[in-house]
Design a protein around this ligand. Structure first.
Ligand code: ADP
Ligand code: MG
Length: 726
């Protein structure tokens, strides 16, 4: 059997790799000296730019103003000299298309000089704007192929950097990607726009609190990336992992994560080497990776950087995903970013820690010390509660992918119901505000805003509710339902915009009250009481995994979009379109293009998986099962000929399962041959309700066979092997 041969070879190769030891030794050059060495950031600019130009760029970054075009030429010249000096041969405008990946077109610095030679060229206009015939990037109908031109515009707030490969170095310029008509074709453009909306509205509130000239408000994000590492030989022996990023077959391993012996346990040497290496590559790029550890599932790990402004954090998060994959390859490993590579084993998420603030006031979701600071904190906290309640459906929609569906609600990740965990003390504070300062509170008193201090809020990871999709963790919120493979831009855009809308509503009320002579603190008390009365339903501190919560959430009127196909149409709801339109984050056309693109992506993913399921079942699993069946049958005949009664239970089991497998395949083929003619949503519904269940039927039979077929004949590396040999 060739199949089982490749499985054996994979096991042997992976085992040998393990025994070959760790190839790296980093004791000599400490990582600290590497940080940011490949980034054209503020310190490099300060050292290389004329004073005036540097001040202009700095102003642009700090205030979000537009860059003077004359300055662009100066910056381009300095950037080119710096990049060439470090061995760069090409430059690339990097952008973030709706696929969620990073994309770039590389151009050489060399231009012909007209005399048979070449000169290096890189002008300001080249730096600031690139043109990309990117007609094959998904645009959901915004761009006809005839007007395929898209433009990339330098995002001055995100520094350029050098990407090194074995065969050369490229200067990468982070850009926004827009169409000929100026419509957003990417994930960065709305993120920048939503940041502006947040700044405007939060600033209004800060002014009410007496901050005359508050600095520019930005949101901050810190994303914890979970991932699996497996030996590359297993990856190449599994067409499903190779093509779909997840195992479409495979019985649950006899030993899984039940002992939790992997969680925070000793990291294997080979993995440590990988982590050291990827950390160093990320350090060079200025990505402040800090935490790394084992996760719950065997073979699962996590890396988290120190939080940064949302726009930079989002760019850096893309680099993290790229580097994890790339460095893994160097170590003979493959990094799986899929949300659920192995059924029956915990999946991967990407917790997005979120807050907002500025240079003058710091983090505005930090409770602070004085009653005055507390009042301000409570207002912003109220804004978040209101936003998450009003736009719970939207927050669900921005994490809706075919792959995240396998993880959400599976007793390892938060349910598809979006709720907020505040923690006991803070929930109690809002309860007091709701009841107008009831005497029977846990603090044993009343809380008067602006007068009383808050109780000390715990900032301890142990105190957190792990089952909540959106948890307050002492000085930030943690959006825990985000998928491990997705860009964090969409969740950040949704949060920025929804919170901007809340701050707008709150500011409008407070401004009116103050103008009419009301005391600010009294007005706040009223506004917050109203918020918690109208939106308190979203606050839930109990067990989000429980069945009772599903019933309770329904009573509270919270949406429960179980699948991506249920959730994505939220992007077409009137209130969502109005929200994005009002704050000039995305026009209805731009939102629609996203909706179409994400549906299409869903359909393509499931379609690929369905085709793979058929192919693997027919050409790899069925032959192995038939082989075993024949062996058993021949054996039975021989036993009978020798005058004994053959044992036929296994033969019968195998035969039944083969029948089930073939029945499943027929069902899957019939499901996939149906074509919904009524557009992407109808097709997605069909994939979700017919194709996925049909795939599961095939899998059930195949996984049943894995449990009975002679191990020597089984063709695919098992979960046991994939997860534990490294
Ligand atoms: P845990 O696993 O306990 O949640 P980690 O240390 O793995 O904690 O990750 C926490 C993440 O939250 C880090 O990326 C950290 O920088 C980020 N973070 C901390 N404070 C803030 C904040 N104010 N705003 C946004 N992110 C934050
Ligand atoms: Mg963590």
């Amino acid at each position: 059997m060739s199949g089982s041969k490749s499985r054996r070879e994979a096991v042997t190769a992976a085992t040998n790799y393990k025994e070959a030891g760790v190839p790296l030794d980093y004791k000599e050059s400490p990582a600290a000296s590497l940080f940011g060495t490949n980034v054209f950031g503020l310190s490099t600019m300060k050292a290389t730019l004329p004073k005036e130009a540097f001040r202009s760029v700095k102003r642009t970054i700090e205030t979000g103003s537009t860059l003077d075009p004359r300055v662009a030429d100066v910056v381009a010249a300095a950037m080119k000299a710096w990049a060439l000096g470090k061995g760069a041969t090409h430059y690339a405008h990097v952008f973030y298309p709706l696929t969620g990946l990073s994309a770039a077109k590389q151009d050489s610095f060399l231009s012909p000089d007209g005399e048979g030679g070449a000169i290096t060229e890189f002008a300001g206009k080249t730096l600031v704007q690139g043109e990309s015939d990117a007609s094959s990037f998904p645009n959901g109908g915004i761009r006809a192929t005839s007007e395929a031109r898209g433009y990339t515009a330098w995002d001055v707030t995100s520094p350029a950097y050098l990407l090194e490969t074995t065969n050369g170095t490229t200067l990468c310029i982070p850009t926004a990607f827009v169409s000929w008509t100026g419509e957003a074709l990417d994930k960065k453009t709305p993120l920048l726009r939503s940041g502006q909306a947040l700044n405007t509205q939060v600033t209004r509130i800060l002014k009410l609190f007496g901050h005359e000239k508050p600095g520019m408000v930005v949101s901050y994000a810190g994303a914890e990336q979970e991932y699996f590492l497996i030996d590359k030989h297993f990856f190449y022996a599994r067409p499903d992992l190779l093509n779909a990023g997840r195992a479409l077959f495979g019985a649950k391993p006899p030993k899984g994560q039940e002992f939790e012996d992997h969680y925070f346990g000793v990291i294997p040497e080979r993995v440590i080497a990988f982590m050291m290496d990827s950390d160093r590559e990320l350090f060079k790029l200025g990505v402040p990776v800090k935490t790394r550890h084992n996760e719950v599932a065997p073979g699962q790990f996590e890396v988290a950087p120190v939080f940064e402004s949302a726009n930079i954090a989002s760019d850096h998060q893309q680099m993290v995903m790229i580097m994890l994959r790339r460095v893994a390859e160097k170590h003979g490993l493959v990094c799986l970013l899929h949300e659920k590579p192995f059924a029956g084993v915990n999946g991967s998420g990407k917790h997005v820690n979120y807050s907002f603030g500025n240079a003058t006031e710091g983090n505005l979701l930090d409770p602070g010390e004085t009653p005055h600071e507390n009042a301000q904190f409570l207002v912003f906290c109220g804004a978040v509660i209101r936003a998450v309640h009003k736009y719970a459906g939207l927050l669900r929609a921005v994490i809706a992918t075919a792959s995240n569906d396998h993880r959400l609600g599976a007793n390892e990740a938060p349910p598809a119901i979006i709720s907020i965990f505040l923690g006991e003390q803070l929930a109690d504070v809002f309860e007091q505000i709701r009841s107008g300062g009831a005497k029977s509170s846990k603090m044993g008193g009343t809380l008067e805003i602006g007068v009383d201090a808050l109780p000390k809020l715990p900032r301890d990871a142990g105190d957190r509710n792990r089952t909540s999709p959106f948890a307050f963790t002492g000085n930030r919120f943690e959006f825990r339902a985000v998928g491990s493979s997705q860009s964090i831009a969409d969740p950040l855009v949704a949060l920025n915009t929804a919170i901007a809308e809340s701050c707008d509503a709150i500011a409008t009320k407070l401004e009116a009250a103050v103008t009419s002579g009301k005391k600010l603190n009294a007005a706040i008390q009223e506004v917050l009481a109203e918020i918690i009365t109208q939106h308190g339903a979203v606050v839930f501190d109990g067990n989000g995994y429980s069945a009772e919560w599903h019933a309770e959430a329904e009573k509270r009127g919270l949406p429960n979009y179980k699948t991506a196909v249920d959730a994505l149409p939220v992007l077409q709801q009137k209130d969502v379109l109005a929200l994005f339109d009002k704050y000039k984050v995305l026009s209805p056309r731009e939102v629609h293009s996203r909706y179409e693109t994400y549906l299409e992506h869903y359909n393509k993913s499931v379609n690929v998986e369905a085709n793979l399921t058929t192919k693997i079942a027919k050409t790899i699993i069925l032959p192995a099962a038939l082989h075993y069946q024949r062996e058993l049958a021949e054996g039975a005949t021989a036993v009978k000929a020798a005058g004994f009664t053959p044992e036929t239970t296994v033969l019968k089991q195998v035969t039944d399962l083969i029948g089930k497998l073939q029945g499943g395949l027929a069902g899957l083929e019939s499901a996939t041959s149906h074509h919904g003619a009524d557009g992407a949503l109808a097709e997605a519904k069909h994939f979700c309700s017919s194709v996925l269940p049909a795939m599961l039927k095939v899998r059930e039979a195949a996984d049943g066979l894995e449990a009975v077929v002679d191990d020597d004949l089984w063709p695919l590396p098992t979960f046991q092997e994939i997860l534990f040999i490294k």
